[in-house]
Design a protein around this ligand. Structure first.
Ligand code: BEZ
Ligand code: FE
Length: 311
């Protein structure tokens, strides 16, 4: 007589048969849910929901999700809903810290020649920020080391783009955007237009690191995962011009130790710039009197054609 089960009977065989039956039941459910979307009139909806179902079920089966974990997930999403209002969007923050925002941006802003890379939009853009002339100051009282920013906007053939609208916004040296003070101030944001040669220039403040909002469920997830909520120091840009792909991006500060640990995975090597610190007393490009040190950087922006893939 051989070992129990070696002849296809006994507990091992029963276990194998059980596992096969279990896998078949799980697969049958997935197939039924996928099939339930087969009648969607909208082909794109059908594609997205069927793929979502397949991947979601594969995830549940891979991690063998427990019912307690399923409940924890539901509670997490409920808490994200409760903290979300017209100013706070916890679901976008969740997408950001999962890298889903950056992956969607990568897919929809396909690499095109030497066009400048896009990065995450973030929650602190405000429509109708004041207009400044070239050489003006976006800080408007925001605390920080003065920083001179200049560059050009061109297309991918190198031709200047005059009249491009550039929106810029940034946190102050304490790590807060104006809208986080809750007192209606406007500071650290503005828009300006490129000149005939595509050039632009303005004063702002040298970017400093700050945390994403982390007093909600996404912050708790980061803490439980041993991850920091800090973003690498950056200055936001949104550039629009007729016939060209709108660019939402930031520039980062070379040497910032958070470049490899940005909480929303927004850093791209091509967007890391020198912010050269200037000793006190160094003459400024426009003759402005600055007390103490200041910094300067250059950001030459290249816009893809609007008709380029996934514009
Ligand atoms: C920001 O850069 O402003 C930001 C981006 C993603 C999440 C939170 C803040
Ligand atoms: Fe930001």
């Amino acid at each position: 007589m051989g070992e129990p089960g070696s002849d296809g009977t006994g507990p091992d065989a029963a276990g194998a048969a059980g596992a096969a039956e279990q896998a078949a039941r799980e697969q049958e459910l997935t197939d039924r849910v996928v099939a339930s979307f087969a009648g969607a009139d909208d082909e794109r909806l059908r594609t997205v929901m069927q793929a979502l179902t397949r991947h979601l079920h594969a995830f549940l089966r891979e991690v063998r999700l427990t019912e307690d974990e399923w409940n924890t997930g539901i509670e997490f999403l409920t808490a994200a809903g409760h903290i979300t209002d017209d100013k706070r969007q916890e679901f976008i923050l969740l997408s950001d810290v999962l890298g889903a925002s950056m992956q969607t941006i990568a897919i929809n802003n396909e690499a095109y020649a030497n066009a400048t890379e896009a990065t995450v939009f973030g929650p602190f853009f405000v429509d109708d920020a004041p207009r400044i002339d070239n050489g003006g100051d976006i800080a408007a009282g925001a605390a920080g080391q003065p920083c001179w920013v200049e560059g050009t906007v061109t297309d991918t053939s190198g031709d200047p783009v005059p009249g491009a609208r550039i929106e810029v916004w940034e946190a102050d040296e304490d790590g807060f955007y104006d809208v986080q003070y809750g007192d209606d101030r406007t500071a650290g944001r503005a828009h300006l237009f490129t000149e005939a040669d595509g050039g632009y220039r303005f004063w702002g403040t040298t970017p400093t690191p700050y945390p994403i909002p982390h007093d909600g469920p996404v912050g708790a997830l980061l803490a439980a995962s041993g991850r920091s909520p800090l973003r690498a120091a950056h200055l936001h840009f949104m550039v629009t011009a007729p016939g060209l792909r709108t660019l939402v991006t930031h520039i980062f500060v070379r040497g910032d130790e958070l470049l490899d640990a940005d909480s929303v995975f927004g850093v791209k090597d091509s967007l890391v710039m020198d912010f050269a610190e200037q000793p006190a007393g160094t003459p400024t490009p426009d003759g402005r009197a600055v007390e103490g040190t200041w910094s300067r950087t250059r950001f030459d922006i290249v816009l893809a054609p609007a008709t380029s893939p996934a514009a």
